[in-house]
Design a protein around this ligand. Structure first.
Ligand SMILES: [Zn+2]
Length: 58
């Protein structure tokens, strides 16, 4: 993950927050100290909460 201010690749995660369908991460640049947020969509959240019975394929 690159810093949006200086473009440095040396960033670390300060905080992670999970929402229903996304993960928000607070990141800090190791070079200029700029803090920024990134958001990732969670794709497998519905699979984890709903258990489907095993259905034979075909
Ligand atoms: Zn930076």
């Amino acid at each position: 993950m690159k810093c949006p201010r200086c473009g440095n690749d040396n960033t670390r995660v300060v905080k992670t927050r999970t929402k229903d369908d996304a993960i928000t991460r607070q990141r800090c640049c190791g070079d200029c100290g700029h803090q920024f947020q990134t958001e990732e969509k969670r794709l497998s959240v519905k699979v984890a909460t709903r258990r489907n019975p095993v259905v034979a394929h075909g």
